[in-house]
Design a protein around this ligand. Structure first.
Ligand code: TYD
Length: 206
């Protein structure tokens, strides 16, 4: 498969969405054909699934239902959008991917990393990003930032304990990913973070 698949991970409030928007502009300025999608969502059907997952009224949702809905949304996005775009040689930027499920559902919800890996292998046919950036920010700062920004959705309304578990989850997968995930200090200036991301992407072409 040609093209390049780049994903961005981090706690809610880590600034990943802003970085991705700037990254898209920077890569396009260099002449690349870039597609930016978000998870859960990114396609018509996936966005509908997103609404069900994040609906603040769906309090009784079982954790396994949640995990399967994230992977269902992902399956549609991968097959309808990501794989065809990579085949066309595009750079696909994805705001969250399987790693989010590993840490949110696998670790923080306690379903276990292995079972979430299995479900997602089926959903994505094993599609793995070429490179992943983890924007590292302390859970208490992330939660504060998020609270200031907007009305919180069902997952974001979780408390600091949950954010701490998610953070621990990211640290766990960082140790075992074989170098695919690049940790970036998200406390730095927006511009410094972007430059670090661009340098790592340029290294992929060397
Ligand atoms: P996101 O769209 O990144 O939220 P925001 O744009 O507000 O930062 O993600 C929505 C929520 O879904 C977020 O709290 C993380 C959670 N999530 C999971 O729990 N598992 C997953 O697999 C994904 C992709 C997201």
């Amino acid at each position: 498969m040609s093209g390049l698949f780049i994903t961005m991970e981090g706690l809610d409030g880590s600034g990943k969405t802003t970085q991705l928007e700037i990254l898209k502009q920077n890569l396009e300025a260099k002449g690349f054909n870039v597609l930016l999608v978000r998870e859960p969502g990114g396609s018509k059907i996936s966005e509908k699934i997103r609404n069900i997952i994040l609906d603040i009224e769906n309090k009784e949702m079982h954790y396994m239902t949640e995990a399967l809905l994230y992977s269902a949304s992902r399956a549609q996005l991968v097959h309808e959008v990501i794989m065809p775009s990579l085949k066309q040689g595009k750079i696909v930027l994805c705001d969250r991917f399987v790693d989010s499920s590993l840490v949110y559902q696998g670790v923080a919800r306690g379903l276990g990393i292995d079972i979430i890996k299995k479900i997602n292998n089926i959903a994505t046919e094993g599609l793995t990003p070429d490179i992943t950036f983890f924007l590292d920010i302390e859970p208490k700062f992330a939660l504060e930032r998020k609270k200031q920004q907007k009305k919180l959705d069902r997952i974001e309304s979780e408390k600091l304990d949950f954010y701490n578990m998610v953070y621990k989850g990211y640290k766990t997968i960082l140790k075992s990913d074989g170098g695919r995930i690049i940790r970036i200090d998200a406390n730095k200036d927006l511009e410094d973070i972007q430059n670090e991301i661009l340098t790592n992407i340029e290294n992929l072409f060397c």
